[in-house]
Design a protein around this ligand. Structure first.
Ligand code: TYM
Length: 333
């Protein structure tokens, strides 16, 4: 049976890129399949070193899942750290994973490239082992639940390929005792797999080009107004696809609206300001009700805590069944 599984890392505010790339496709799957959606708090610990901040972000992550419409009876909503079988599996998978694979991981290489660019002679300066081992922990997240389908944005595709590789190493060695299902990424083929941020690069907290998911209405309007556009006069034809507000609109407005706006931009007569109004209306229509629910949940976190607790217990049951078989297969039980 198909098991959809995905996680979001609580390192601060969730943003429109998380929504389009992972949350929305995950919600669609939740109507049909077994779904396990979680808050990857130990992944966040690599960068967040403040207990109060991490605690807040974990709740915010869970509230985001719930506010977006997950039914916690149907979907197992949980917290990664509450499923310690994940970390036992990380140890087992580490014993099978070549170091070279980790050396080639994008996030690790990017951190070393930043040191090179900064003229730092120690290319591993500022890089912790958590970042280095990140892909193995992520593989364990997926494999311990026997996830088969992983809805993510395109920036995570290497991690999914690594997970498939690591499952393969295990199955090759120990397949007579136990085999993991080899998971697949569920990644939008089109533009949605990487939503641009306000500067046109991938929307990301680390680039500071993100629009938070649950900004109050007036701040959302301001954030959208501040997206840079060129100085083409209102009456001139414009390059719709080359503009960030239009690329964002394409993910929030319905197809007719998008086609209409495109026509008006390309014909001339529609200014960037009007485009941004359309974008605000579309984003606000989709996220407004969710924002209300999010604010309610965050006002009194006891409901979130209870749901996370119950979800984590369910997730743990499934993880325990997997790890028992894995232990036996490798010979420690
Ligand atoms: P994270 O928290 O960085 O991002 C959460 C999800 O949002 C997607 N995403 C985007 N999609 C489209 N356009 C963007 N600009 C954009 N920015 C982010 C990400 O692709 C991701 O799907 N390592 C993961 C968390 C994780 C995980 C897992 C995911 C830990 N264990 C197991 C799946 C399965 C991460 O840091 O995502």
């Amino acid at each position: 049976a198909n098991t959809y599984l995905t996680g979001i890392k609580p390192t601060g505010e969730f943003h429109l890129g998380n929504y389009v790339g992972a949350i929305k496709p995950a919600l669609a799957a939740a109507r049909e399949y077994d779904t396990y959606y979680f808050v990857a708090d130990y992944h966040a610990l690599n960068t967040v070193k403040d207990a109060a901040e991490l605690r807040h972000s974990i709740r915010s992550g869970a509230a985001t899942w719930l506010a977006c419409g997950l039914d916690p009876e149907r979907t197992v909503v949980y917290q990664q750290s509450k499923v310690p079988e994940t970390f036992e599996l990380t140890t087992i998978l580490s014993a099978l994973t070549p170091k070279g694979l980790m050396n080639r991981a994008h996030a690790y290489k990017a951190a070393r490239d930043r040191n090179t660019a900064a003229g730092n002679s120690d290319l591993d300066a500022g890089i912790n082992m958590g970042l280095y081992n990140y892909p193995i922990l992520m593989a364990a997240d997926i494999l311990v639940m026997e996830g088969t389908h992983v809805p993510v944005g395109r920036d995570q595709s290497q991690h999914i390929e690594y997970t498939a590789d690591i499952a393969g190493y295990f199955n090759h060695r120990f397949g007579e005792g136990y085999s993991f299902p080899v998971p697949k990424g569920v990644i939008d083929e089109g533009d949605g797999s990487i939503l641009p941020g306000t500067d046109g690069r991938k929307m990301s907290k680390s680039y500071d080009n993100h629009i938070p998911l649950f900004l109050p209405e007036n701040k959302l309007k301001k954030a959208i107004r501040r997206i840079p556009t060129d100085s083409t006069p209102v009456e001139d034809p414009k390059d719709a696809d080359g503009s960030v507000p239009f690329q964002l609109l394409a993910h929030f407005a319905d197809a007719d609206k998008v086609a209409d706006v495109r026509r008006r931009l390309e014909a001339g007569g529609m200014g960037w300001g009007e485009l941004k109004n359309e974008l605000f209306e579309a984003v606000n229509a989709e996220l407004g009700p969710k924002r209300e629910r999010y604010d309610q949940l965050m006002d009194d976190p006891s409901e979130i805590d209870a749901i996370l607790e119950a979800g984590s217990a369910r997730a743990r049951e499934r993880a325990r069944a997997t790890i028992d078989r894995v232990r036996a297969a490798v010979g420690v039980a």
